[in-house]
Design a protein around this ligand. Sequence first.
Ligand SMILES: [Cu+2]
Length: 167
Amino acid sequence: MTFTRLLGLTAALFLATSAAAHELKVGTLDIIHPNIPQPAANAMAAGGYLAISNDGPAADRLIGVRASFAEEASIHESKTDAEGVTSMSPVDAIEIPPGDTAVLERGGYHIMFMGLSQPLKEGDMVPVTLIFEKAGEVTVDFMVDPANVDADHSQHMMPMPSEGSGG
Ligand SMILES: [Cu+2]
């Protein structure tokens, strides 16, 4: 059993350090696989996702974002109401409690890049500066991941009526 578990751990470590899931440490924070699903070719906006885990004894907060490839970068939160309508609004900060992981993912917190000044293509690595209250500023490469057709973040800028969602 122990050996099997060890193999599992080794596999997990290998995956975590492979190119498909890069990681970076800043102070007590681990920045895990920062990524941007490839936006549509003419999209004005893109969403950024990552996980931030905190090994330290004190909470930190993500308080800002900068990116040279976008006119504006901000922290957003998506919420879906009872009717299934999703809306987004800016938030001041994302808390990263000690011993915990803050996850920025679809349908929740994310980074919003608005006014894209260059095309973002799958496989690209683009630098983004994350600003933490305690850990300070750190620039990490966000990997442009395959487009996600389920929920293209570019819809944020151009809300479209859904064309029926029958199943
Ligand atoms: Cu957004």
